[in-house]
Design a protein around this ligand. Structure first.
Ligand code: RP5
Length: 196
């Protein structure tokens, strides 16, 4: 049991090990995937990758085809609008969008597509991401952005949420998600033993 718990803490869940690769390799693989992406992982800057790579890692673990792009709301607004406007036609089922500071990216993407947008507040230097959180979560009525926790946990949970949405139509994915949850539960139950 302890070996299984240790494995789970290392990142092994379900029947397959989580990928533990350098950011650069993971990003290159995600971008280079030949399968049509069903999830877009978007960020306002490459400096957000440290956070958003946790979303990409989860999608890779579950075998969900995805693409990772820098699409800045304020530095490349035309590109951002073009991406959002083409998302549904390209077969994207969810957009995970992370940004920091006055984080417009998730809300502006949502303004230009009906594909669900999952917002990830990136921790900012001066306000530790509280500014990002408020910017993303406080969407006025009519254009929702599902908002997650600040930082890596939020990025991972946004990806798990995307997996859960896709699993509604995909029994294989649902089974993987159930295995993931079961492994997590087993790890938590075994934690008491480690206190002794
Ligand atoms: C936002 O500004 C990005 O999402 C990033 O979190 C923040 C800082 O960007 P850089 O100055 O690091 O490029 O647009």
């Amino acid at each position: 049991m302890r070996a299984k718990v240790a494995a789970t803490r290392r990142g092994d869940v379900g029947t397959r090990p989580l990928q533990c690769k350098p950011f650069s390799v993971l990003l290159r693989e995600a971008v280079a995937s030949t399968d049509p992406p069903v999830v877009g992982v978007l960020m306002g800057s490459s400096s957000d990758w440290e956070t958003l790579q946790h979303a990409a890692a989860i999608l890779a673990e579950f075998g969900v085809p995805h693409e990772c792009r820098v699409v800045s709301a304020h530095r490349m607004p035309d590109d951002m609008f073009a991406y959002a406007q083409g998302a549904a036609a390209r077969g994207l089922k969810a957009l995970i969008a992370g940004a920091g500071g006055a984080a417009h990216l998730p809300g502006m993407l949502a303004a230009k597509t009906v594909v669900p947008v999952l917002g990830v507040p990136v921790a900012s230097r001066h306000l530790q991401g509280v500014d990002s959180l408020h910017s993303i979560v406080q969407m006025p009525k009519g254009v929702p952005v599902a908002t997650f926790a600040i930082g890596a946990a939020g990025a991972a949970n946004a990806a798990l949420f995307a997996v859960a949405m896709l699993a509604n139509q995909d029994p294989t994915l649902r089974s993987r998600l159930e295995n993931y949850r079961a492994a997590q539960t087993a790890a938590a139950r075994a934690m008491t033993q480690d206190l002794k």
